[in-house]
Design a protein around this ligand. Structure first.
Ligand SMILES: *Cc1c(COP(=O)(O)O)cnc(C)c1O
Length: 364
């Protein structure tokens, strides 16, 4: 990394903050944002924290045409003592670079990226809400900005971080949802971009979600893109099943996104000596287990909800109700533990927490 100075331009006005009981995901943004440019041969440069504002981008910028972009999602939590802290943020920066590599985007210095995020959050720390279950959502992303319509990796990029206060995902306790197994569309295939956090994967997933929503389903269960036989993910979350005492999650296979929540769930289960395995699991096997009364719990995992229990799976006209449609014991325990660590209510034996400190920025 070339120039590691972060320039500061403070916002002259302060926006009104939304009430913490009226926060809608991703609608309100804080006073500042972080921006850094990439160009050949300068590399990443021009790191600055500036007032939150629209971008001026040439309409021929490659991002608008070929979708070369990556993003991340993590949260800042306020503890009872008023501290602000992040959950495994270095994992998000690692993954950002892995996604970038797949999309031919140059890597950023992970340590510097984390420093920038912490500095931005510290600057807007009054925006971290304190009501139960609320947090400040952090969205780092990279877009290709070279004004050029040729199909090639862009030679210019912007790395941007924006912040949005978000409400409690579950206002009245965890809410198990109905899921439809998707047999028509696929999310990703091995060798494609399923492992990368890139907007195109989301664009490709909307149609399936829209179709099943008409039938009252919250999301789809994605099957593999080749045989449409093996389970991959649920909506934009990783997925876990408890079958006859063992927790099973699909093994990372080149098309599944490696969730940080997924990794945390696996570590916790191992820590508790609950049998857990990462392996291939087919819909046939899952259905069979359900028929035999062995499918005990099912849940999705991701930053937004942490845990989202599955009440019912519908597959080829068959409805599989799981645990009477209620949140399972292990699902609840995982949820309570991860959120407990995130909000500083529980010990952090795994060193997952990174405090944000309001260090003053270096000016040039
Ligand atoms: C982001 C994401 C997840 C969850 O990842 P976390 O790091 O746990 O938030 C799972 N699947 C997809 C497709 C995702 O984009």
């Amino acid at each position: 990394m070339e120039d590691k100075t972060i320039r500061l331009q403070l916002s002259e006005t302060k926006k009104e903050k939304p009430n913490s009981d009226q926060l809608i995901f991703g609608r309100a943004f804080t006073d500042h944002m972080f921006v850094m440019d990439y160009s050949d041969p300068l590399g990443w440069h021009n790191a600055s924290i500036v007032p939150y504002q629209p971008l001026m981008i040439d309409p021929s910028s490659m991002i608008f045409h070929y979708g070369q972009s990556v993003f991340e999602g993590l949260k800042a939590f306020r503890t009872e003592d008023g501290d602000v802290q992040l959950f495994r943020p270095e994992k998000n920066l690692e993954r950002l670079n892995r996604s970038s590599d797949r999309l031919c985007i140059p890597p950023i210095d992970e340590e510097f990226g984390l420093k920038a995020i912490k500095q931005l959050v510290a600057m807007d720390k009054d925006w971290v809400p304190d009501a139960d279950g609320t947090s400040l959502y952090i969205r780092p992303f990279i877009i290709s900005t070279e004004p050029y319509l040729g199909v090639a990796p862009s030679r210019n990029y912007k790395f941007i971080v924006i912040l949005s206060p978000v409400g409690a995902y579950y206002k009245e306790g965890i809410n198990p949802v109905k899921i439809a197994v998707e047999n028509k569309y696929v999310r990703a295939v091995k060798g494609g971009t399923g492992e990368a956090k890139t907007g195109g994967n989301y664009a490709a997933s909307l149609k399936a979600q829209e179709d099943v929503a008409k039938g009252g389903f919250a999301q789809v269960l994605w099957l593999d893109g080749v045989e449409q036989k093996y389970i991959e993910e649920v909506g934009s979350m990783n997925v876990f099943f408890k079958i006859n005492g063992e927790v099973v999650t699909p093994k990372l296979n080149g098309s599944i996104l490696a969730g940080i929540t997924r990794d945390s769930v696996i570590e916790l289960l191992k820590h508790w000596n609950i049998p857990v395995s990462e392996r291939r699991i087919s819909m046939d096997e899952l259905y069979q287990a359900h028929q035999e009364g062995l499918l005990e719990e099912a849940f999705g995992s991701g930053t937004a909800a942490v845990i989202s229990p599955i009440a019912q799976l519908s597959w080829e006209g068959k409805d599989m109700v799981i645990n009477g449609g209620k949140t399972g014991e292990v699902s609840q325990k995982v949820y309570d533990t991860i959120t407990g660590i995130q909000y500083g209510k529980l010990e952090d034996p795994f060193n997952w927490i990174e405090k944000v400190e309001a260090k003053s920025a270096v000016k040039q």
